[in-house]
Design a protein. Structure first.
Length: 103
């Protein structure tokens, strides 16, 4: 699993039938800032993921890759290798809260 921020959406009009109606997002994985350990910072990589929880652009989400992405009820029959499985409320590391959602 990894933390990521949703940075955009992906629209594909030509795709396999099983992906019709699935929301696809572009996410950028996050890591703990190694200099101060007080925040999350982007890694500079991007992934396309299928949304299984109703996430939205700008949110920090919990993602899975590989076979784990096909183990949710909504992705069992989908040809995907990355999925959003949670929306993050807080992240605590190094005895501090380093992320808290705006909600």
């Amino acid at each position: 699993m990894f933390l990521a921020r949703i940075t955009g959406s992906v629209v594909s009009t030509q795709k396999v039938d099983s992906l019709t109606g699935q929301k696809l997002f572009l996410v950028e994985p996050l890591r703990v800032d190694e200099e101060d350990h007080k925040s999350l910072k982007p890694t500079g990589r991007s992934f396309v993921v299928v949304d299984t929880v109703g996430a939205g652009e700008g949110e920090v989400v919990l993602c899975v890759q590989g076979s784990s992405a096909r183990l949710t009820p909504g992705t069992k029959e989908l040809p995907v290798d990355a999925a959003i499985i949670g929306i993050v409320d807080t992240v605590q590391a190094f005895s501090s809260t380093i992320f808290r959602s705006a909600d």
